[in-house]
Design a protein around this ligand. Structure first.
Ligand SMILES: *Cc1c(COP(=O)(O)O)cnc(C)c1O
Length: 340
């Protein structure tokens, strides 16, 4: 990044070459670099709704022409920190939801693939409902049968080749999630559709452009990610996980369980729940951890089910003891406050 900051470059050439390099690494025809997966969704939608027609590029996000519906299974209409539906609108699309959050049939999908449908958007994510939705294979078969491209939001996914291989036409990834690179992202896929994404750099994607420093860091991070030593990395995570588990075992009121990732990624975390007689709530613990110094952020999207989780990936080895100490201190304070 430092060296990139000191060099003058032709950004169009740099972006094309970086895209070609990332595409080659990921087994795709081409790639488009952007500020993140959310911008990737906007780019993919703009590409299928407006193509590379200059007048349409300038008209977005107001697309006053037919064929701009983006078909999405009901269980995929997630909020990842912002609603995916809004990213579709920003790209000029209009979400057409199919099926129900717990049941989508092939005929629901096929009925939606009419003359107004510009694409199907498939959300591969721990945020999405996983039961009752059609698989990517089923979606690709139905969409391609109707002449519709398939867009995949794979923001946090670890596999950079699978979705293109399964027939997705464009796939968006975050550079800063599984890849561990700078805050950035890319869209992989078909030459013609990636070229259409690029056309929108002169339109709606202008406020989402990446700098040269980020471009080079993202290429480097992707290269490093694809040649990483999986086993060594996993052993390091497991050692930190065991440090958390050992450090917190025996803390009064807590229940501990090592759990696999709910979306099937190769990650294990320490789930923390409460004994029925703990005398405090998990929400109180989460709030105190967040407020104190240093602030500790936990995974809390399963709080309503009675569990939070500690993720060893986000920690340096020396931070395991910091987390253990903070949790012990806060639990002790909460139990003292509520003791009869
Ligand atoms: C995180 C996330 C995004 C946004 O990714 P950014 O790289 O932060 O823009 C989009 N979709 C899903 C499913 C996500 O999990």
């Amino acid at each position: 990044m430092t060296r990139a900051a000191e060099a003058y470059v032709d950004m169009d050439v740099l972006l094309q070459r970086a895209g070609a390099r990332i595409a080659a690494l990921c087994g795709a025809e081409d790639a488009f670099l952007t500020t993140g997966a959310a911008a990737g969704v906007v780019a993919m939608v703009a590409a299928v709704v407006a193509g590379d027609d200059p007048a349409r590029v300038r008209a977005l996000p107001h697309a006053a022409w037919p064929r701009r519906d983006i078909v999405v299974q009901a269980g995929h209409l997630v909020d990842f920190g912002a609603p995916i539906e809004q990213m579709v609108r920003l790209g000029g699309g209009r979400v057409r939801s199919v099926g129900a959050v717990n049941a989508v049939s092939r005929s629901d999908l096929e009925a939606a693939l009419d003359g107004e449908a510009a694409a199907v958007l498939y959300v591969q994510s721990h945020h999405a409902v996983r039961r009752g939705q059609l698989s990517l294979e089923e979606v690709v078969a139905a969409a391609h049968g109707a002449g519709c491209p398939v867009l995949v939001d794979a923001a946090a996914e670890e596999d950079l080749t699978a979705y293109v291989r399964l027939g997705a036409d464009l796939v968006a990834y975050s550079g800063g999630k599984a890849i561990g690179g700078p805050s950035s992202g890319f869209v992989l896929g078909r030459h013609d559709l990636v070229a259409a994404c690029r056309a929108h750099e002169r339109g709606i994607l202008r406020p989402m452009k990446v700098g040269k420093e980020t471009v080079l860091a993202l290429v480097a991070a992707t290269e490093r990610y694809l040649t990483r030593d999986d086993d060594a990395e996993r052993q390091a995570w497991e050692a930190r996980l065991e440090g958390l588990r050992a450090g917190l075992s025996g803390v009064g009121g807590l229940r501990l369980a090592v759990e696999a990732d709910e979306a099937g990624r190769a990650i294990r975390r320490l789930a923390v729940g409460l004994e029925p007689d703990a005398g405090f709530t998990l929400s109180q613990l989460v709030a105190r951890l967040r407020r104190g110094s240093p602030p500790i952020a936990v995974r809390s999207h399963r709080l309503a089910e009675g569990w939070i989780a500690l993720d060893p990936r986000a920690l340096r080895p020396s931070e395991v003891d910091v987390v253990v100490d903070r949790v012990r201190t806060e639990v002790t304070a909460l139990r003292r406050a509520t003791a009869p």
